[in-house]
Design a protein. Structure first.
Length: 73
């Protein structure tokens, strides 16, 4: 289950780093499309274009997903 999935900024200028932060319960594997497998509850990267990122949290019962969009100007 995903409690939250947020971006440090929803709109950034090109070249600005963004941190995605999430909180999950009872998951065994987390994956963010466009970024790959992730752990620890945060990942920082520099987006090159506007995109919607989907967090997939998986356990033995299935998968939960949440999305966040980052706009690059």
């Amino acid at each position: 289950m995903i409690n939250s999935f947020t971006a440090s900024a929803s709109t950034v200028t090109a070249g600005t780093a963004v941190t995605l932060t999430w909180s999950t319960i009872n998951d065994s594997y987390d994956f963010i499309d466009k970024l790959g497998g992730v752990r620890g509850g945060t990942v920082t990267f520099t987006p090159t274009a506007t995109a919607t990122y989907t967090l997939n949290a998986t356990n033995q019962y299935g998968r939960s997903t949440k999305q966040v969009t980052v706009v690059v100007q």
